[in-house]
Each structure stands twice: as C-alpha cells, then as structure tokens.
Design a protein around this ligand. Structure first.
Ligand code: ADP
Ligand code: MG
Length: 317
C-alpha cells in the first residue's frame, strides 16, 4: 500500500511555480527527493507535512488528505526541518520531553529515554544543546521526531553541513528506522548519499520531476560506464555500437557506454583509427551525478546536453 501519494501537486509563490504538477507514490522505503537549491524540495515536504497549502492538486499521507485531514496527517508523521529547530538553552533531554508532551505521549519520560538511547545520546542527554556538535544536534532532532512513534518521517536535508562520520551515523539510524517499518521521505542534494542509502529517488529540477526509480535502475538507463579520453588532434564523428559521445571539452572526450571493458577497447581502436594521439583513457561506473546531469544538466549547460549541439561542436573543431 502507498504511504504517500501526490497527484498534480502544485505550489505557486506569486507567479513562481515552485512545485509543478508532481505525481509521486511512496511505499515503505527510504525515498529521496534529489535536486539543486531552489528545485522545490522543501516546498514539497512542507505541503506533505501540512505546513503549506497546495495551490493545486492533492496529496495523501497514510491515507489522509493533507488539507482536509491535516490533523490526522500530523498524528502519523514527524518532520525534521532543514533549519535547526532545537532550543539550545535547554538540555537534550528537555528538548525531547517538550516534544513528547506537545504530542501528548503517555510515559513521556520513558519514551524520551528510549529515543535518546536509540540515537546514542543517553550519556550526553543532560548537557545543554548549545555544547552539542552538528551531528549530535541532528541526532537529537531525530530523537525528538521519534518520540511519538510516527509512521512516516520527513527529513529535509538531514546531513547538510555535517562531516562524513556524522553523516554516516545519521544514515545508519535512518536505515535502522526503515528496518523497523517506518517510511522515510527525505531530501538531499548529496547524490552519492542518495545512491548508497535510498531505495528509490526522484530527481527534481525547477519544480518538475524529471526521473524516478531505484539508483541502480536510473544509472542503468543512461549506461553503466563513463569513459573519458584525453587526446590531441581533431576528433571526427563517432558511431560505435552501444557507445554515445556525451561531450567534448578541449581535448577531453566523454562517452557513455553499457559495458565498460568492451567500450574501452572499441573507443581506443576508433580514436587510433582517427589518427588521434591518446594521452589517457579511463573508465568508471556511472553515478547518480551523471544521471542528474543527463536528465537535468547544470543551468549553464542544460542546452548543451542536447546531443545535436555536441555533434555541432565536434564538427566545428
Ligand atoms: N516563502 C517563499 N516565498 C517566495 N518564494 C519562495 C518561498 N519559499 C521558497 N521559494 C522559492 O521557491 C523555489 C523552491 O524553493 P524550495 O522549495 O525551498 O527549494 P529547495 O528546498 O529545493 O532548495 C525557489 O525558487 C525559492 O526561491
Ligand atoms: Mg530546501
């Protein structure tokens, strides 16, 4: 059964369409919404958590409409916003107890101890949050979010600004929560993290979803390997089976291919046939960054990702 469903979900800020007719279906999984700053991620999360009204379309969380049944939605979810929402003048424990009381949790003290223990904060619980590191603050926010045992957890950029070790730790906790049956809907612009930890991801840019699937599936769609060749000379056209020339930068050629080893041999042969001198030739696995660049592109080169333009660039050389 779907835990989160959106249909044509849309949000305007005056004339700006920040979220543009978004359709999503999320089950019991870790679902990642990926996109650059300003893509519309936080706006989607705010609508799903009943903090912002959709301009058009609808959304249901745990079977409840986010506008008509907002109270039922709030009972079923927790939300950790992008900006820190802790009181640094209170201790870790006080922050969590406060939340538990606000939610009317029975045995607020016991539930607080449990949540703090789960997030590895028991021994620092009575210190002021002011003295907590960024990673500890994030974990405390997770403890707060868990205290009323929500079915769905919304995390907006949970690892933003944390060091690698703290990020890993957050992910371990998120993974453990999923194992317990929780649905996690999160946003990030760290593609590598989404690749490693999300069951499925949606790529969003300028309010529109441009791709959705498992990280493996999305990478498979564009080709499993990226081959980079550094050459001197003037490259001509390439028509190799299963290999696509992606871009030409100075004397660097980038290809997308299915099988890396086969592609490497074929490309090397073709470069030599064209009389080019090869300085280096390397192959690596496709990443979600590549998927993102293929599906969306950076603002400057969005138009350049159109294959015909690359061919033109090639001909001009
Ligand atoms: N309260 C607001 N008023 C006007 N524009 C907003 C507001 N909040 C966000 N925006 C704009 O909407 C777009 C999407 O923002 P946001 O959802 O915060 O993106 P993200 O979380 O992906 O960085 C951006 O262009 C942003 O400037
Ligand atoms: Mg945001």
């Amino acid at each position: 059964m779907s835990v989160i469903v959106t249909e044509n979900l849309t949000r305007y800020y005056k004339d700006l369409c920040a979220v543009d007719h978004v359709d999503l279906e999320v089950g019991r999984e870790i679902f990642g919404l990926l996109g650059p700053n300003g893509a519309g991620k936080s706006t989607i999360v705010k609508m799903l958590t009943t903090l912002l009204r959709p301009s058009d379309g609808r959304a249901c969380v745990c079977g409840h409409d986010v506008v008509k049944d907002a109270v039922r939605v709030r009972e079923s979810i927790s939300y950790v916003p992008q900006e820190m929402a802790l009181d640094i003048k209170l201790t870790g424990r006080e922050n969590v107890v406060l939340f538990a009381r606000l939610y009317g949790v029975p045995n607020a003290r016991d539930r607080t101890d449990e949540a703090l223990g789960l997030l590895g904060l028991a021994d620092r619980a009575d210190e002021l949050v002011r003295g907590y590191s960024g990673g500890m603050r994030r974990r405390l926010e997770l403890a707060q979010a868990l205290v009323h045992e929500p079915r769905v957890l919304f995390l907006d950029e949970p690892t933003l600004g944390l060091d690698v070790a703290a990020r890993e730790k957050i992910w371990e906790h998120v993974h453990a929560l999923k194992e317990k049956g929780m649905t996690i809907f999160m946003t990030t612009h760290y593609m590598d993290e989404a690749d490693r930890y999300c069951d499925r991801v949606a790529i969003i840019d300028r309010g529109k979803i441009s791709a959705i699937g498992t990280p493996q599936g999305l990478k498979g769609e564009i080709g499993r390997s990226v081959v980079t060749a550094s050459v001197s000379g003037e490259p001509g056209a390439f028509s190799l089976e299963g290999v696509r020339l992606l871009k030409v930068d100075d004397h660097e050629l980038v290809f997308m291919a299915g099988d890396g080893a086969d592609a490497l041999a074929a490309i090397s042969q073709e470069l030599k046939r064209q009389g080019l001198e090869i300085h280096s030739l390397s192959v690596r696995e496709t990443s979600l960054d590549d998927v993102f660049l293929q599906k969306v592109g950076t603002p400057e080169d969005r138009s350049a990702f159109d294959g015909s333009k690359y061919r033109l660039m090639l001909r001009r050389r």
